[in-house]
Write a protein that binds this ligand. Sequence first.
Ligand SMILES: [Mg+2]
Length: 456
Amino acid sequence: MSARILVVDDVVPNLKLLEARLTAEYFDVTTATNGPEALAACGREECDIILLDVMMPGMDGFETCRRLKRDPLTAHIPVVMVTALDQPADRLKGLEAGADDFLTKPIDEMTLIARVRSLARLKLVLDELRSRAATAVSLGMPDPLAHALAQDCHGGRILLVDDRISSADQITVAMRGKATVDVERDPQEALVKGIAGDYDLFIVSLGLNDFDALRLCSQIRSLERTRQLPILCIAEMEDRPRVLRALDLGVNDFLLRPMDANELRARVRTQIRRKRYADALRENVQASIELAVVDPLTGVHNRRYFESHLSALVSEAADRGRPLALMILDIDHFKGVNDTHGHGAGDVVLKNFAERIRKVIRTSDLVCRLGGEEFVVVMPDTPMEIATKVAERVRGEIERNRFPITDDGRAIDVTVSIGLAERGREAEPDSLFRRADRALYRSKTGGRNRVSADAA
Ligand SMILES: [Mg+2]
C-alpha cells in the first residue's frame, strides 16, 4: 500500500535519511523544512501522513500540529511527532497538541515503517468514508470530526484483556473518571464479550500467561463484529519484535511498560476519538444513502428508488414465473386540500396517507411516492384478483376515516383513485406502468374514489 508522506524537519540530513528509508518502502515522500511550509503543503492536500519534527526554529512542531488539528481541512491527517528527547512529558505534550503518534530519534526503522503503515491503512479507510459522507455534510448534517473531537473520550468503554491483577488495577485507576474499564482475564471470554458488548477500545496485554495474545488480536481483526474496534497493546520492553508483529496484524497502537499514566490516557483518547469519528462517518454515509432513496416527508421510498427497483422485481417475477401486480394511487382533488387548508395541511394528509397504505399492504410490498400526491405499490407474488381486493381495502380505508389536519382535531374527507395492472408476458416494466396508469385514468374519469384494473 502506498501513501504520500510529508516529512518536516529543519535539518536537511535528517530529511534525506527519512526520505530514503520511506522511499525504499515505496512511500511517496515530500519534504518541508519548517512549520509554515508544512501547513501550506497540507493545505494543498499533498499528503496522507505527516512526520513532524518537534524542535524547529520559529514555529515548533507542537504549534504546527495544533494548527493542523484546528483546521477542519487538515484535522483528519495523521501526525507523527518526531523528537530527539525521549521524555514522557514531551510525548504527552505532542499528544495533547493532537498528534496521532510519536517517534523518537534515532528512529528505529522497523517501528517507523510499522507505524506509518498502520496509519496509512487507517487513512485509506477514513478517506473512503469521508468521500462518501461528503454529501451528508453538504446537506447540513453535523461534521463528524468536530463532533468526535468535542466528545473527548468521556463515556468510553474499554475491554482490558490482562491476567495480571496489578497491571489491570494500574490501568483501571489511570482511566478513572475518563472511561470505564472492564477487565477480562480469559482471552476467549474477552472475544465473546467484545462481540456482544458495546466497546470503544480493546487493550490487550501481549504477555498473557497461557495464551498467545497475538492470536487474540488477529481474531478481533477478523470477526465482523469487532474488526472496526481499535486495539492498544501493552508490552514489555523485550517484547518489541512481537509488538511489530502486532502492528502488522492491524493493532492500532502500543505502550511499553513501565506505563506512564498520562501517556496511556492520551493514547486511549486518540483511539476512542478515531473510532467515534469513523462511526460518525459510517452513520453519515448510511444517512446519505437513505436520503437518496427515501422521500423525506412520508418516509416511503422515492421515485428514484422505484425506478431502479421495478425492473429488478419484474424480471425476478418473470424468471420464477410468478405474478406481480402494480398499483398506482392518486389522491382525489388534492390541489383543493392545499388551496383551501394550506400546504401544511396537505403535508399532514400525505404523511397520514402513506402510513395508512403501509398498514393495509404486506411488508413484502414496496410503497413509493412518485411525487406530489401520487404513490405506487409494487406487489410481488400477487395475481390481479388479490391485488383488486387489496386496492379496495386501501380505497375503503382512505374513504372511511377522516384525515386530521390540525392539532385541535379538524379533519377532512379524502378519497383516492387507484389503477392496477398485472405483469403480462412482456418483461418491460415501462409497459406495466403505462397499463396501470391508463387504469388510473379510467378511475379518475369514471368519477374518482374507485379502483380500475387493466384488462390485459
Ligand atoms: Mg529539529
